[in-house]
Write a protein that binds this ligand. Sequence first.
Ligand code: ADP
Length: 607
Amino acid sequence: MSESKRTGRELEIALSNAKQNITLLRTQLQTGRIDAKYFDQRLEALATLLEDIDAENKNVKSQRRVAALYEVSRVIGSSLNLQTVLDQVMDAIIQLTGAERGFLMLLDDDGKLNVKVARNFDQETLGKEDMAFSRTITRQVFETGTPVVTTNAQEDPRYAGQASIIAHAMRSIMASPLRARGQIIGVVYVDNRIRAGLFSEEDLDALDAFATQAAVALDNARLYTQTDAQLQARLEELQILQWIDRQLNESLDANRTMHLTLEWASRLAHAHAASMGLIDYNEGAIYITATYGERSPFADTMQISLQHPLIAEVIEAGRAVQDGTLCVPIRLENTVIGVMVFAAEDVVFDDNALELVSRMADRAAIALKNGQLYQAVKAADLAKTEFVSVVAHELKVPMTSIRGYASMLGMVGPLQDRQNEFVNVIVNNVERMKILVDDLSDISRIESGQLKIDIQSIDVANIANQAVDGVMAQMQDRGHEFKQNIAPQLPPVMADPSRLVQVLVNLMSNAYKYTPDGGKITFSIQPDGNAVQFSIQDTGIGMTPEQVAKLGTKFFRVAENEHVAQQSGTGLGFVITRNLIELMGGSLDIASEVGKGSTFSFRLPVA
Ligand code: ADP
C-alpha cells in the first residue's frame, strides 16, 4: 500500500492550485500560444497529484479498517457472550466492506457448517427468507482454507453456472476461513447482490484479518462457555454430594445407605443400572446387597466368587476398573469392603464419572462403618437392658420373700419393741431397694428405646385417686397441708394409666420430700383447651435455675443441700418421670425458686 507524501491540508492546496493550472492551460490552448515544455510540466504535476490522491484514499480506507479492527478487538475484549461477540464482529465487517449482508458459519459437532450469524447492513438479524447464500463458495473456502473474492459472480467463470448464484442474482461475494488453534472452525461470508465490483483483494485482506480476530474471539467465548458450563456442572455435583452426605450421615441404616449411594452414583455417572455388593473374605464371596435400575449387573446371582476376573482385579488394584461395565471398589482403611458395578448403554464412563463415583464409594464406606458402629452400640445397649431386667427380676423374687417373711414375723408370735423396730428397718430398706431396682430397669429400657407404653383413653379422676392414695400417708406424716384442686368434670385423656400414676406419685413424692415438714402442697388438674393440665406445687426448698437445668441428668441430686441429703432417693426418678411424660406426648414445665418452692406441670391431650 503506497503512502501519501502530502498531508490532507497540503493536498487541498495542491488541488486548488491544480484547478487554477488547468484553467491556465485551457486559456493557452484557446489562444494557441502553447509552451510545450510548460504544458508537460503541468501535466506531470497533475499526474503526481492524482497518485497522491489515490494513495490518500487508500490510506483513509486502511485507517477505517484499522479503526474497525480496533472496534472488533474492543468488542471481543468486552464480552464473553458468544452471540454478542459474533453479532458485533459481523456488523463491523459489514460496515467496513460496504457489504449488503454477512453470514458466519461454524462447524458444529454434527460435522455440518451451521449459520450462527446472519446480519444485514442495518445491523438486523436476517430471517429465514433472506438466508440464501452461495453454499458452493462457503464449502470451498472451508475445505481449501483459502479465501475467495469475486467482484461479479454472474460473470465469474468459477461460479457463473451455480444454481444459487443465478437464482439469487449474486454479484459481489467475499468469504474467508475462520481458524482457531490450527483448525478451520468455520467461514465468514459477505455479499452484495446489487452492486458488482464492490470488493477488492484488499477488502479480502481486511476480511481475513477480521476472520482471524473473530476466530480467536469465538474460541475464547466458546472456551468460556464450556468452562462456565463445567463450573456449573461441578457446582451442581458438589451440591448433590453435599445433600447425599447429609442423607448418609443421617442414615445409620446400612440398607438405606447402600440404596441411596447406588442410586445417586448411578445418576451422577449416567448409568442405567448398577449393583452393590459387600465382601465376605471368610466365604471368599461378594453378596449383592443393593441393585438399581433394570437388568442390573450380577442381579441374577446373589453371590459372586472373589475369583471373578473383574472383581479380583478391582480388589487387587484397589481402584476402579472399566470393562464394558464400571467396577468401583468401596474401600475402608486400605481394605476393599465391597464393590459397585455400573452399566450404561453406549456410554464410556469418563474420568469425571469415575472420580465422582469413587468419591461416592468413599462416603458410602464411612456411612456403612458408622452404621456398623451404631448397630454394635445398639446391640450392646440391648444386651445391657436385658442384663438389667434379668438382674431386676432375680432381685425382686428374694426381695418379695424377705419383705413377706419380715411382715409375717409378728404373726408367728409376739415381738418385743426392739424386734418390731428391726422388722420395720428391714421392710423400709426392702421398699427402697424395690424402688431402686424398678428405677434402674425403667431407665435402662428408656435408654434403649425398649420401654413400651400403652396409651389409651383414661378417666383422669380415677388415676388422680390412685396417685393420691399412694402419697397420702407420707403427706400426713410430714404434717403437710395437702390441697387438691381437681376440676369436677374432666374429659378423658390419652395416656398409659399405670405410667401416669407413676408420674404423679413421683412428682408428689418429691414435693413432700423436698418441702420441710408442715409445708403446703397443691395438686391441681384443670381442663385447658384440647388438653388437661396437671400440676404439683410445693412450698419447699426450691432450686436454682442451674439445678433445674441439671434435673434431666441421671443420678443428679442437689447433694450440697442438707435437706436433700436427709431424704432417701436415687436421682433417677425425675429422669424417668420426664421421659414418661414425653412418651405420652406431653412436656414438663418447671418453675422453681430457692426457699419459696417449686411447681411441676404438664399437659396431656384430651381423648
Ligand atoms: P431423687 O428424689 O430420687 O433424689 P429425682 O430425680 O426425683 O431424684 O430428683 C432429683 C433431684 O432434684 C432431687 O434430689 C432434688 O435435689 C431435686 N428436686 C426434685 N424435686 C424437687 C422439688 N420439688 N423441690 C426441690 N428440689 C427437687
